[in-house]
Design a protein around this ligand. Structure first.
Ligand SMILES: [Zn+2]
Length: 430
């Protein structure tokens, strides 16, 4: 026993230069997501996937440590996109592909989407709907494919005929063959169903719950804004979710359904198109977050101009709703509703996520706030306290880009260094 201890001590002595495996980043500037300020030169020491030290100035890397010169770059916490769908990407073929492709086809596609998302500087995403995401999350965590850390909802929870009812638009023969979808498929019509649907998501390995509180733009259904849950159903979902440590994100365009979702206790409102003063006041009172997804709004409004891009039942919704979201975000920001970052990628092309920052700034949101929305705020929405800020002890999710993103938000499109959990995914070409 004594011998073993000595041996262990000896090994420890030899192993200590494992600190030699440190990675030391010398950053020209550092974005402080707590204050929204751009700081001067800083050195970040990364060890075992975490940030071990943050020091002002440029400290020389210790012997054996790997030094990375980012002295002409600004370092930021890795971005988080709180609203993506890594299992798909919309196109005029999306609607028919649902009948032709197998889950494995979507899974292969998602690998490419995940890689593009990480390369763009998004080290975390919340995937709000899609059966691929929990599996993709596991494959990424196992190091099988490159991608962001995924917080996955799995299948969204809807009501019959509502946004995310997987059988919308099917013909009678097919509908009767498959039968009406239920809580397992994410369709609920009562409080008991609502509870069961959350428990099913737990069984499926979800990390977060997504509900479709109102109609949606891209679903094969007429209304983009009808309320689609009762407040009691929302409450049953939120309460059951809490039992499993889950938070609830609510897709919502229409005012009444949005109000019920906030009243029922959801953590975030996604899209928020027809957000009224009544809804904003309740959100402020309850601390509900707003994830505007401006990218998706602009993307669908744009594509609605193209004949045949969307089915006839979708086109007017895309034209009308898409155009409104940016004004809503401007109003919500001025009113003091808390805003976090999300794009709804999968509507738009994966990897173009950072363009959302430009749209936020166009809506009158200050650049520093937009950067906080994708870092510190996003971590708060997720309910995690080990990311979204560059501090000792936090995950080493670090990105870098040339220039000052606070002075010119366009620089977010130039991310060329990406580290996730201390592993370098991308480095500047020198
Ligand atoms: Zn979405």
């Amino acid at each position: 026993m004594h011998c073993h201890l000595l041996l262990a001590a000896g090994l420890l002595a030899i192993a200590t230069p494992a600190a030699a495996a440190d990675t030391v980043l010398q950053c020209g500037h550092l974005f402080d997501s707590r204050t929204g300020k751009l700081l001067g030169p800083h050195t970040l020491t990364v060890r075992d996937g975490r940030i071990a030290e943050v020091t002002a100035g440029h400290a020389a890397a210790a012997a054996g440590a790997r030094g990375i010169d980012l002295s002409d770059r600004t370092c930021l916490p890795g971005f988080t996109d709180l609203h993506v769908h890594l299992g798909s990407q919309s196109s005029p073929q999306s609607y028919s592909e649902g009948f032709r492709l197998d889950p494995v086809d979507y899974a292969y596609r998602s690998v490419g989407y995940a890689g593009k998302t990480l390369s763009a500087g998004f080290t975390s995403v919340r995937d709000l709907g899609g059966e691929v995401a929990p599996h993709l999350r596991d494959a990424i965590n196992q190091g099988l494919v490159a991608g962001p850390r995924i917080f996955a909802a799995g299948k969204s929870i809807a009501t019959t005929g509502g946004h995310a009812d997987p059988t919308n638009g099917w013909n009678d023969a097919l509908s009767h063959l498959v039968g009406p979808p239920g809580p397992t498929e994410g369709v609920v019509n009562s409080i008991d169903d609502a509870r069961q649907a959350v428990r099913q998501r737990y069984k499926d390995g979800s990390d977060v719950i997504k509900i479709t509180a109102t109609g949606g733009v891209l679903s094969y259904a007429k209304s983009g804004d009808a309320p689609q849950f009762t407040t009691d159903e929302v409450r049953a979902i939120v309460d059951t979710a809490r039992d499993y440590g889950y938070r609830v994100a609510a897709h919502a365009h229409g005012e009444e359904g949005m109000y019920r979702a906030v009243d029922g206790g959801v953590t975030s409102i996604e899209h928020g198109t027809y957000m009224s003063e009544r809804v904003m006041a309740l959100m402020k009172k309850k601390g509900t977050w707003f994830v505007p997804t401006l990218y998706a709004g602009r993307f669908v409004a744009d594509k609605a101009k193209i004949d045949g891009y969307f089915p006839d039942i979708v086109r007017p919704k895309a034209a009308r709703i898409g155009a409104l979201i940016q004004d809503t975000a401007a109003k919500a920001y001025k009113t003091g509703v808390k805003i976090a970052f999300g794009t709804d990628m999968g509507v738009g092309p994966h990897g173009d996520n950072a363009r959302e920052f430009l749209y936020m700034v166009e809506a009158g949101i200050p650049a520093a706030y937009a950067l906080q929305a994708a870092t510190l705020h996003a971590a708060e929405v997720l309910g995690v306290d080990d990311q979204g800020v560059l501090e000792a002890g936090k995950r080493a999710d670090i990105i870098a880009l040339p220039g000052d993103p606070v002075a010119d938000i366009g620089n977010v499109l130039k991310v060329d260094f990406v580290m996730k959990d201390g592993a370098i995914h991308r480095e500047p070409v020198r």
